[in-house]
Design a protein around this ligand. Sequence first.
Ligand SMILES: [Zn+2]
Length: 382
Amino acid sequence: MLPWELINSKLEINQLAESARLSAFKDNRFNKKRDEKKVLKEIEFLNLKEFENISFEETAQICEGVELARRLVAAPPNSLTPQEMSIQASQIAKDHGLEVKILEAKDCEDLGMGAYLAVAKGSDLDPKFIHLTLKSEGPIKEKIALVGKGLTFDSGGYNLKVGASQIEMMKYDMGGSAAVLGAAKALGAIKPKGLEIHFIVASCENMINGSAVHPGDVVKASNGKTIEINNTDAEGRLTLADALTYASNLKPDAIIDLATLTGAIVVALGNDVAGFWSNNDNLANDLKAASSQSGEELWQMPLQKSYKEGLKSHIADMKNTGPRAGGSITAALFLEEFFDKEIKWAHIDIAGTCWTDKNKGINPSGATGFGVKTLVQWIKNK
Ligand SMILES: [Zn+2]
């Protein structure tokens, strides 16, 4: 418990309530303890006379968004399929009055999404391209697109994940989309003013069958650029290429994408800090401010233009992977090819932060829900 003298503001009381609720979160859906009754039902604050009229409603709404993201990430790949993700997204839309559009493979084909569909075709499960829209009543000041990587399982494809690559944990390769849908749930309840917010997920699996993409295939993304797939395990950026193009065509003022994109970011920043890249200093500063308020740590990484050289292909406009060195940076540079350069953009690589093995005793799942709080805070600061 925090000593009373340290609590100075309503904000801190709300943060305390948020921490208490989120640290008591349990997810026993998949074990015998699923009926366990030891759940946090109430937090009581005593002697709060000097902070009258504190509302915990918004705190609860944010926590519900984080908890949804955690449940999505922790669900095994045979439970959270692209189809199930589209059902969960539709439920958010229904609960909070958002518009929902689910594009099937044929619709994506009509839009020329050759990069995304190349990843999806190795799986027996149909891809689902999810688009939710939250529109404030009254005049719209700003249009925002939040894009999340949604690989419900990533085997690596023919560049199969072997050795210590933790293939059995690749259910969490949809952590970016979980953050985006968690934010949709929280913001759908909070209903911020003056904004039109799009939530976009190109969901699918990266698997191996007779139609799966070959290492070396050349595909065309929906903005017309061609990509030589020199590594089928760098599939997230292929799905994001078409998701970012789709977002860009909506002509938003800003796009933020979140993705468990690279092992390189885990090597660089570990499991407590996510890396982010941005083409706009104001957006970068606003994100840093939101992250320090939310307690989710972000560290800005460089969009080092000279590294673009590493993505050069002899037969296509680019390759999907560059050299090992600076791998999270070339991934960001790749993404930058798929939206209008006038749009403010940030990319957050949460490969290290979306899962933790630290709190296993308390939360059997390990999913952190990383990203929801920062996205919501960033929107609330507008
Ligand atoms: Zn992969």
